[in-house]
Design a protein around this ligand. Sequence first.
Ligand SMILES: Nc1ncnc2c1ncn2[C@@H]1O[C@H](COP(=O)(O)OP(=O)(O)OP(=O)(O)O)[C@@H](O)[C@H]1O
Length: 676
Amino acid sequence: MSDDMLVHFSSNSSNQSDQSLPTKIAKLEARMVGKASSTAAQQPGWSSVPSTGKFGGAAEDLAEACSSSDSDDDNGEEFLIQANTQKRLKLQEDDNSNVFEHLEVMTDGRQTSSEPVEIKISNDVNRKKHGRGRGNSGSGRGRGSRSNDQTRTQIPPTTALTSNGQTDLYHKDGRLKDQLRNDNFSSLEEEVASLRAKVVALEEDLRKSKQETSEYQNLCRQLEKELKDLTDQEQQMKPKRTKIISDLLISVSKAERQEARLKVRQDSLRLGNVGVIRAGTVLSETWEDGQALKDLNAQLRQLIETKEAIERQRKLFKKKQSDKGDTTDAEAGLPEDVLIHDEIYKSRLASIKREEEVILRERDRYELEKGRLIREMKRIRDEDGSRFNNFQILHHRYALLNLLGKGGFSEVYKAFDLVEHRYVACKLHGLNPQWSEEKKQSYMRHAIREYNIHKSLVHHHIVRLWDIFEIDQNTFCTVLEYCSGKDLDAVLKATPILPEKEARVILVQIFQGLIYMNKRTQKIIHYDLKPGNVLFDELGIAKVTDFGLSKIVEDDVGSQGMELTSQGAGTYWYLPPECFELSKTPYISSKVDVWSAGILFYQMLFGRRPFGHDQTQERILREDTIIKARKVDFPTRPAVSNEAKDFIRRCLTYNQIERPDVLTIAQDPYLTYSKK
Ligand SMILES: Nc1ncnc2c1ncn2[C@@H]1O[C@H](COP(=O)(O)OP(=O)(O)OP(=O)(O)O)[C@@H](O)[C@H]1O
């Protein structure tokens, strides 16, 4: 309702003093309220709020509802109502009370609510304006916003009472806004609903995750328990398993021992045995050939006798021919017969020679077998005499099996590492209890030095040293990589000459080990390269071992090498001339190992060592054999390539200064393989 109209109404009512006017206004207002209710009933969302309750409710509720209205037009309406009411109150003052009572009856209780509304509205205009844009802030405002909207939509019908064009527009505009608000509201509601759905879904996910977590935790606890049980079981089983493994190993080793002894007995019958002979009170051991060797020797003797008899006859026949030189043709026989006779003797002798060669070859073979038999007999005897022969477990992990061999001060046993589950070689170093404390200390120092050098060497062509430990006051053990093949010494005893191809590949492997030893920061000179110190593993890979005499090359060593302070008892056939220098302290370098490798290669190719082959160690020293070894000679057989001979010459260069060292000879074409 516009102000003009209000003025019109109010002026009319005052000027005309129409008694029915208050009644009219009251009726109109009553209708307005009634219309508002009916209009509100048509508005979406209105139905949820009981109009009477709302208006008849607490003043705060209504005030709150009004205060959160967003529209300036709404304020105008409120002022309109206020002005109208004020006008009505003014009229009431002039009017009689009957009319007012009538109005009260007409409004049917609404009047009681309309007055507080008016008061509240006028009081809360500022608050409403302030509240604009604050959304749901303030106590309880958020929830009340819907009722605010309802209140706002209640008001336009009041304005609709005026029914001119301006008010209609306003009305439409208000409805549009309401519509928009409703749209916003429903989209917000949708959003809230979808968010709620999401929350529900997330809560469900969370619940499932919690359930899964607790299930996993249970599983984890179960698995941990199982693991613990298994570990406990494993711990309980471990000694049992170890016992089973070592029992099996012991049975196998026992069977091997039996087999070895049986074979020795059988071979002894064929090849011979050690007998004891007594000369007065002195007992000494001597070798007695076995039946096979006896038979071969008998055959040889027989052949030699036959050969000698034929040669005798032949000589006799020739003599007869020359004695009968002047006699008649009839007595002397035909010259053709003489020739035939001679041919018969000759062919008989040739055949005997062939037979003899066969028997000699056979005997050589038997001799090799005899050598093996003698070594095996010695090994068995050493094993039987060893204090470690009853399958002890050393250091709680190394199960000793059978003796591999005995060296100067050590016994080497095949053993099984019960922790790493692999075969190893346990070298048991025994200190002679008769030795002085000083000598024992010196031996220990030497062994620890060897251990420290050897353990740092990790290479495919060097036997690994795994461990060292003390057994008792006079014994300690080093644990080495087990090489199940023979050593090169045993190989050369069985087949003294190797084809050049085979010898070369062994040489190359030895040099690979040596090159490694010379490329390290701490260079090592082996100083004891010999066939017994080259072992073969189960695949036939050659590996250098025994670092008992090896030397660490000092950092500040000059080009001529380092001083040889402790000579050591290297094997003289394999040591170079500078090591025999007695007049002054010799200087040594990796060139020592180059010389030894050259000797080894020569021996593999020709079946003998180039210098002092048939001499004893003592004779080599006495006769200065190596000091005189200025030039190397090669036999005509077997045929060996010139490249191989040249390589040997380079290794066996007498003058140490001119001889190549390990890293120089490593470049030699003879040591490099390339596909042609
Ligand atoms: N790692 C190993 N694997 C297999 N067999 C080995 C191993 N080390 C040594 N042997 C064998 O054990 C035996 C004795 O070895 P050891 O080195 O004690 O003897 P040696 O070299 O003859 O003596 P010394 O060391 O006094 O010169 C040899 O037959 C050797 O082949």
